[in-house]
Design a protein around this ligand. Structure first.
Ligand code: AMP
Ligand code: MG
Length: 422
């Protein structure tokens, strides 16, 4: 019998009973991350992308008064005889912002512009295309009109007291418009979480210096910086931390004094786990997870004081996968935003894809629309977790769930667009 060396756990292992599922990892993250508490009051323009702190109730109706949805003639339909053509005297004009001062009797009308207040006595607006102006200047309309026609009711959009924006909503351009329509100039939003990040690895060199033998450039800090810059967070780049216990402890302690969330990349595979893990245990607590996903299997979650630590893998693609699947939701919880899962779209696979059951896979895809406007997706070539060009060429992840055992060309798959996808 040939002798064998007992191997320690590694990324190459088949997915075993110790691995936790993607959903389990997400559940644990949202259990452990505590939303920021503090708020700030900002002019509404500065609230874009920020998290609303308290439900906003409308102080009044929107629109505040009944007004015309069309250019035309404000009339009193109720007062007209049934059937036939009515001839009406035009007694004035109502402009948006300059109301008609007076009221309409049956047999009269007021020329009215879109957005103008409905004059007293009017119960409908006949659009100008459906009215005739006679040689005598009188306005002729037929009997084909009903009460309420082309009138926007007061409170049609929002009634006084309605909740228009819930707490925990990340504010969109439309939300800013709604706030403005209510006359609300400032809003209380959660403060931005502070996210600090660093790279680990003695092989890493900063860009801008000639590459030394055996070294590589640190790319993870650039992808992380890019992804974080698109979120409503304050960012602290802590550079590269040497693979050395004291350096690691110092970096973690200094990060914890400033940041709500600390991210590191690298140093969580077996040989190096020794640097981050003991450092974390000295000054806080740590959990090491194997997650049944590819790429991005190992993830360390820790706590230092009130700060959460997430140790991402070192491989550049795994960094981006774990960031999108775990760090983004962690930041959402931290921000006080309501949780949501990333949107998945169905796409037709343009090629076969190999896949083992028992783990989630995030392959890099290029999604395009076919001649019927349906999504179709191809892989970006080699899918190794160190092949970062597979990410930069892609516009989406091809998301293959646990139970999937492979894809044939023509099968439907789920895709998840990158939020920076072009
Ligand atoms: P580690 O988890 O530290 O063993 O790293 C796994 C792989 O990712 C190794 O090939 C590292 O060289 C590479 N790697 C780690 N950190 C970085 C980084 N910041 N930029 C680019 N590659 C990295
Ligand atoms: Mg390393």
């Amino acid at each position: 019998m040939s002798e064998k060396i007992a191997s320690a756990p590694s990324c190459a292992d088949p997915f075993d009973g110790e691995s936790i599922s993607l959903d389990e990892a997400l559940a644990r993250i949202s259990e452990r991350v505590v939303p920021v508490h503090a708020c700030e009051r900002l002019p509404i323009r500065d609230c874009l992308g920020r998290v609303n702190n308290e439900a906003v109730k409308s102080p009044h109706d929107v629109p505040p008064h009944p007004n015309s949805a069309m250019d035309g003639f404000a009339v009193n339909i109720g007062g007209l005889g049934a059937g036939g053509i009515s001839e009406l005297d035009a007694i004035g004009t109502a402009y948006a912002g300059v109301p008609f001062d007076g009221s309409i009797e049956p047999g009269q009308c007021v020329r009215i512009m879109t957005g103008a207040l409905i004059p007293e006595g009017a119960d409908a607006v006949v659009m100008q295309e459906q009215a005739e102006v006679g040689a005598d200047g009188r306005i002729r309309i037929d009997a084909d009109h009903r009460v309420g026609e082309n009138i926007r009711r007061a409170g049609e959009d929002v009634s006084q007291g309605d909740i228009v924006i819930d707490a925990g909503v990340r504010l969109s351009p439309a939300d800013l418009g709604v706030l403005a329509s209510l006359g609300i100039a400032q809003l209380q939003v959660k403060r931005k979480p502070v996210v600090a990040f660093f790279s680990t690895g003695d092989e890493l060199m900063p860009v801008g210096e000639p590459l030394e033998p055996g070294k590589i450039y640190d790319s993870n800090r650039y992808t992380l910086h890019g992804m974080l810059s698109r979120m409503a967070v304050d960012i602290i780049d802590l550079g590269v931390v040497r693979d050395e216990p004291q350096a690691m402890r110092d970096a973690l302690e200094s990060a914890a004094s400033k940041a709500d969330l600390i991210l590191s990349t690298g140093g969580v595979s077996v040989g190096e786990a020794d640097y981050i893990k003991p450092a974390l245990e000295d000054i806080g607590s740590t959990e090491f997870w194997k997650i049944a996903i590819k790429p991005g299997r190992p993830l360390t979650l820790g706590q230092i004081g009130a700060s959460i630590f997430m140790g991402l893998p070192g491989n550049p693609v795994a960094v981006m996968v774990t960031f999108s699947q775990f760090v983004v939701p962690a930041i959402e919880v931290l921000s006080g935003a309501r949780p949501h899962r990333p949107a998945l779209f169905r796409a037709r696979a343009l090629e076969a894809m190999r896949k083992k059951p028992g783990r989630y896979e995030f392959q890099r895809g290029i999604a395009t629309l076919d001649e019927n406007n349906q999504w179709q997706v191809a892989k970006t070539g080699k899918q190794g977790s160190g092949i970062l060009t597979s990410m930069s060429r892609a516009n989406c992840f091809i998301v293959l769930p646990d139970e999937n055992t492979g894809v044939a060309a023509g099968d439907e798959v789920n895709i998840q667009f990158f939020d920076w996808a072009r």
